[in-house]
Design a binder for this molecule. Structure first.
Ligand code: NCD
Length: 324
């Protein structure tokens, strides 16, 4: 996303209209969204929170890349706010027949779809759609290439805040294929805005990021240095679908020993460390299965928070639409 596109996210009154990136969202807005999300969380076993704030609105889920959690949680979030939700099956959609993405969008617009939730492997696709939709339509980025995944960044921020809201004193280590990770990008943008104490990006040199994409972060290639006294550890999958050439990337056993999160190296983190993973998880590669299921893991909490965060974003967009 281009720098100027951060402005594209707001309507002329300064209200959030499209969510394309966490860049350009200040600490106040991030905090409000997290506070709103908290209000949608109910105790396990209780009925999920529900209201009718999006009644009459239609949300279209357009996922041109695979997804389990993000798509299901946008679907549930929309339904729990009373919206109609259209899950476009991209494998049978006309885009497969060569229809341009804009023709798909115009078709949905003509059916009164008000919110387009878009996941695409192309850099800049959500912003391109946002620049081309009619005034009544909002676009939410549900994963853009290796660039941005804003609702994932919000749910990660919420999960970290629930553990410890004192961002300025937190050490956060993100471990894995940082170079190709939109999750790492959005989490790091949100954490920097909140003034995180220290952000470490730990990866083998072949998967290390361009430092310019992660201002203020420390790039580390030794996992023990990366995990030392960390309050939060986030493991990431190797994004094979975005890597043309795996030269220099260690094989599975070496990768797990050197860059996987396991019982031996997690001892270097704080005793109350939380272990995160956005999913999908490759047990025995980037994370040891028993750690993912263990008491320090907040991985399922992230999933629960994902629905709440998407409800908060949709509710805010719905209010903006109602105020027009
Ligand atoms: C991530 C994604 O799609 O970027 N998953 C998710 O949204 N929960 C991470 C990944 O695919 O590895």
């Amino acid at each position: 996303m281009e720098q100027d596109d951060t402005k594209l996210q707001f309507d002329p009154h300064g209200n959030l209209r499209h969510l394309l990136s966490l860049r350009g969202l200040d600490a106040k807005l991030l905090t409000e969204l997290l506070d709103d999300a908290e209000r949608y969380l109910t105790t396990p076993g209780a009925l999920p929170a529900r209201n009718q704030s999006l009644a009459g609105r239609t949300i279209g889920n357009l996922f041109f890349e695979p997804s389990t959690r993000t798509r299901a949680s946008f679907d549930l979030a929309g339904r729990r706010l009373g919206a109609d939700v259209l899950n476009l099956d991209v494998n049978t959609s006309s885009r497969k027949k060569g229809e341009s993405i804009l023709d798909t969008i115009y078709t949905l617009e003509a059916m009164h779809v008000d919110v387009m939730v878009v996941r695409d492997a192309g850099d800049g696709v959500p912003a391109y759609i946002a620049r081309n939709v009619k005034d009544h339509v909002s676009v939410l980025n549900a994963g853009e290439s290796d660039v941005s995944h804003p609702t994932q960044g919000l749910l990660d921020l919420l999960t970290i805040r629930q553990h410890n809201p004192d961002f300025k004193n937190l050490v956060v280590a993100i471990v894995g294929d940082i170079q190709h990770s939109r999750v790492a990008r959005s989490a790091s943008e949100a954490l920097q805005t909140m003034g995180v104490g220290e952000l470490r990006l730990v990866s083998p040199p072949a998967l290390a990021p361009d430092p310019e994409r992660f201002p203020g972060a420390r790039i580390v290639d030794n996992i023990v240095d990366g995990l030392r006294d960390a309050d939060v550890v986030m493991a990431l999958r190797i994004q094979r679908e975005r890597i043309g050439n795996l030269d220099g990337v260690p094989g599975i056993d070496e990768y797990f020993a050197k860059y996987g999160i396991h019982h031996e190296n997690i001892k270097h983190a704080k005793a109350d460390v939380i272990i995160m993973h956005p999913g999908p998880m490759n047990r025995g590669i980037e994370i040891e299965g028993t750690l993912a299921d263990g008491p320090r893991s907040v991985i399922t909490k992230q999933v629960t928070n994902g629905v709440a965060v998407r409800m908060a974003v949709l509710n805010r967009i719905g209010k903006m639409m109602g105020a027009r």
